[in-house]
Design a protein around this ligand. Structure first.
Ligand SMILES: [Cu+2]
Length: 328
């Protein structure tokens, strides 16, 4: 009881505090985020006030009407019509007000404006990949222009994931076999987190992407940019590793979900079927495109997704070159 009391007092003050920018909530990067926070504060504050009021009245009545002598008898009361009407109507009005406000915001959140910039986003264990209409793709990073509505069309390759944009107060499940969507209109340039909000397996907490809100000019430049221009194969591999493999593999010999790549090149690997093979170009390529062909001893089958159709030839060659360079 006392704990609840303190929590509600605390939340009241934290709400007051964060209305003047505080550490309790992520930044507000859109008008919708601000609106959602205002509704949230309102509901929290009304609840806190109601809670405190009820506790105070209970305490007051408890003292005032407590049994004072052994002969005290409870008077015979039935009800008070006026009082009951008041305590029904006033909360009902407040609840309807909350509902109306929430309904308005929900509608706004559900219906993207015409002409929104559309970007496909696909979740897979454990990364987000993005696909622009121009054909540009990216993994775990997505650029959007500031002050323009952007609609993400979501899908999933394996299990249910959920695209969560805390700074925009929006979240939507990505479900295998269907499209769902979520839209935002960023009003501040900056870098914001994208999390997966659906527990999707051991790498769930590492399924983190970045949303970069930039000027339209910078966005256009990024869109037309060849991300690998002027890079060596090994550098391309390193980039690809950082976006697609690092959730499960380390660049030294540390074990993560999969084996570390340090010292992998040229070693002989044992598989669960008791066969073994020398690690060469063919083995690495096969591991990327058909991961279940050979399973390294001591590691789970079916965890590494195939990257067939996900990575270009250039990226695969890059990865091979990059892995060659890694020492234990
Ligand atoms: Cu996920």
């Amino acid at each position: 009881m006392f704990r609840l009391f303190f929590i509600s007092i605390f939340s009241l003050f934290s709400q007051l505090a964060y209305s003047k920018k505080s550490v309790f909530m992520p930044p507000e990067a859109s008008v919708y985020a601000r609106d959602a926070d205002q509704l949230y504060s309102f509901i929290l504050n009304v609840s806190a006030v109601a809670f405190v009021l009820i506790i105070l009245i209970i305490a007051y009545f408890g003292i005032k009407y407590r049994r004072k002598t052994l002969n005290d008898k409870t008077p015979n009361m039935s009800h008070n019509f006026a009082l009951e009407v008041v305590w029904t109507i006033i909360p009902a009005l407040i609840f309807f007000f909350m509902f109306g406000w929430g309904w308005k915001l929900w509608n706004q959140a559900r219906h993207s404006p015409n002409g929104a910039l559309e970007i496909f986003a696909e979740g897979q264990k454990w990364s987000w990949s993005f696909n622009y209409k121009s054909g540009r793709t990216s993994t775990n990073v997505v650029y959007v222009p500031v002050n323009k509505p952007v609609k993400f069309i979501l899908s999933s390759k394996d299990v249910i994931h959920s695209l969560f944009l805390p700074a925009f107060r929006k979240k939507q499940d990505a479900v295998p076999g269907r499209y769902t969507s979520l839209w935002i209109q960023p009003n501040k340039e900056g870098e914001y987190y994208i999390f997966c909000a659906e527990f999707c397996g051991t790498g769930h907490s590492e399924m983190i992407a970045k949303l970069k809100v930039v000027s339209f000019k910078e966005y256009a430049k990024w869109l037309s940019n060849d991300p690998y221009k002027g890079l060596s194969l090994s550098a391309i591999g390193k980039k690809t590793f950082k976006t697609s493999c690092v959730a499960c593999h380390s660049s030294d010999s540390t074990r993560k979900i999969g084996p570390g790549f340090g010292g992998l090149w040229g070693s002989t690997k044992q598989f669960t079927n008791n066969k073994s093979a020398l690690v060469d170009e063919t083995y690495i390529r096969e591991s990327i495109l058909n991961p279940n062909a050979k399973i390294v001893k001591g590691f789970p089958k079916g965890v590494m997704p195939t990257f067939k159709g996900q990575l270009s030839e250039k990226q695969i060659r890059g990865l091979v070159e990059y892995i060659k360079d890694l020492k234990e």
